[in-house]
Design a binder for this molecule. Structure first.
Ligand code: DC
Length: 240
């Protein structure tokens, strides 16, 4: 069974804290089912990179809000090679630096930034639904961006597991320092006023600490197939 059980493609919404395995899971599921893939964290990172590049004072929320409409951010949604461009420049590497990571929570707490990026995300989702569907990951996908998605997941893992996963991504880094930084960002991302990271009752919580990536992907693929089949069934009975 493919994920294209209905005319409108499926939307898989995945939220969770940093290091919970969202990105690898989302890309794996999208690749397995021929869906598009959107990393919304990369959009907040791209916005932060642009603010730094243009010397906007990130401590000044009004200045950030005023500049939020200026960068031209474009996302490539192929799960095999996702891209992020700002004003035509590929910033895939730049947005992963410590300099951006240190300030992205502050930038993403500004409502004008969220308003613009959420509108772009909904546009990308609407387009992708017409060509099979999409897996979207972030912090507010199940709550704000796509609350009607047929598959809504909240991924978690222990603080230690998350820090170890991140340290594997950033070679030669200090696990204790990474764990402290993840805790700092978790707190900022879940305590901000606008769209905090939170699990809603209708999102399925997946605790991934003891699971391998392939197991998590297989589980989410199964949920995706079921949702696509149910949507196809509903369409057929509505048409008959
Ligand atoms: O997933 P990530 O670590 O690349 O995300 C970077 C930051 O972006 C994260 O600290 C919070 C913010 N973010 C957000 O506020 N809303 C989203 N949907 C995705 C990310």
């Amino acid at each position: 069974m493919s994920a294209q059980g209905s005319a409108e493609g499926v939307v898989v919404a995945i939220d969770g804290p940093s290091g919970s395995g969202k990105s690898s899971t989302a890309r794996g599921v999208a690749s397995a089912r021929g869906l598009r893939y959107l990393d919304t964290g990369a959009m907040y990172r791209a916005m932060t990179w642009w603010m730094q590049h243009h010397r906007i004072d990130i401590g000044d929320a009004a200045a950030v809000a005023e500049a939020a409409g200026r960068p031209d951010i474009t996302m490539g949604t192929d799960p095999a090679a996702p891209t992020v461009r700002v004003d035509g420049t590929d910033v895939a590497r730049e947005i992963r630096t410590q300099q951006v990571t240190a300030q992205v929570s502050a930038v993403s707490a500004v409502p004008a930034v969220r308003e613009r990026l959420v509108a772009m995300q909904r546009e990308i989702i609407a387009q992708a639904r017409r060509s099979g569907g999409i897996v979207v990951e972030g912090r507010d996908i199940t709550t704000v961006v796509a609350p009607d998605a047929p598959v809504k997941l909240y991924l978690t893992a222990s603080a230690e597991a998350r820090a170890h996963r991140r340290s594997g991504e950033l070679s030669g880094s200090d696990v204790a320092a990474i764990q402290a930084d993840l805790a700092r960002r978790d707190l900022l991302d879940s305590s901000r006023e606008d769209s905090p990271l939170t699990r809603t009752a209708d999102a399925l919580e997946l605790e991934t600490t003891g699971l391998g990536l392939d197991e998590v992907i297989a589980l989410v693929v199964e949920l995706t197939d079921r949702a696509a089949a149910a949507a196809g069934e509903a369409e057929r009975s509505a048409a008959s």
